[in-house]
Design a protein around this ligand. Structure first.
Ligand code: ZN
Length: 148
C-alpha cells in the first residue's frame, strides 16, 4: 500500500468504517511507515479535540424565525438587460476588434527590402536538393532524361 492510499484510509479507520481487508493493509503499512503513523497520530489527536468540544444548541424558535424571514424577503428579479444595452455591448466589442486591426497595422514596422527580410521565413530560402546531395543528383538525372 502506498502512503497516499494509506492516508486516505486513516479517516475511515478512525471512524471504524474500514472493511477488515483494508484494515489489515493499513495496519501493515503503518508498521513500517513513520510518516503515515505520524499522520494517524495527528488525526487521532484532532478527533479527540473535536469530540471533546462543547455542543451548542440553537435558541428556542431559531429555525422558525429564520424560515419566517426567508418567506418575507423579496423574490429575486429575473435577469433582465435592456435591448439597447446589448447593442451597446456589441458596438463596444466591434470597436475594440476594429481598432485592434487598424492600430495593429499602423504600428507594424515597415520591412526593409533586403534579400533576407523580403523573403522572410519562406521555404524558398532552403534548397530541397543541394547539388552534391543524393536528391540533387537524382533531380539532375531527371532533368538530363527529360532533355533528351
Ligand atoms: Zn506511508
Amino acid at each position: 500500500m502506498r502512503c497516499q492510499k494509506a492516508q486516505r484510509l486513516i479517516s475511515a479507520h478512525l471512524d471504524g468504517e474500514l472493511p477488515p481487508g483494508k484494515q489489515a493493509g493499513l495496519a501493515a503499512h503503518l508498521n513500517h511507515c513513520a510518516a503515515c503513523a505520524a499522520e494517524l497520530k495527528t488525526s487521532q489527536k484532532t478527533k479527540e479535540i473535536l469530540t471533546g468540544m462543547e455542543w451548542f444548541t440553537a435558541p428556542t424558535g431559531f429555525s422558525r424565525r429564520v424560515m419566517t424571514r426567508l418567506d418575507q424577503t423579496e423574490p429575486a428579479r429575473p435577469f433582465f438587460v435592456p435591448l439597447w444595452l446589448r447593442f451597446a455591448e456589441v458596438a463596444v466589442l466591434l470597436l475594440a476588434i476594429g481598432s485592434g486591426v487598424i492600430f495593429g497595422r499602423l504600428l507594424s514596422l515597415p520591412v526593409r527590402s533586403t534579400d533576407m527580410e523580403s523573403t522572410g521565413l519562406s521555404l524558398e530560402l532552403f534548397d530541397p536538393a543541394p547539388a552534391g546531395s543524393l536528391g540533387g543528383v537524382y533531380l539532375a538525372m531527371l532533368e538530363d532524361g527529360h532533355a533528351q
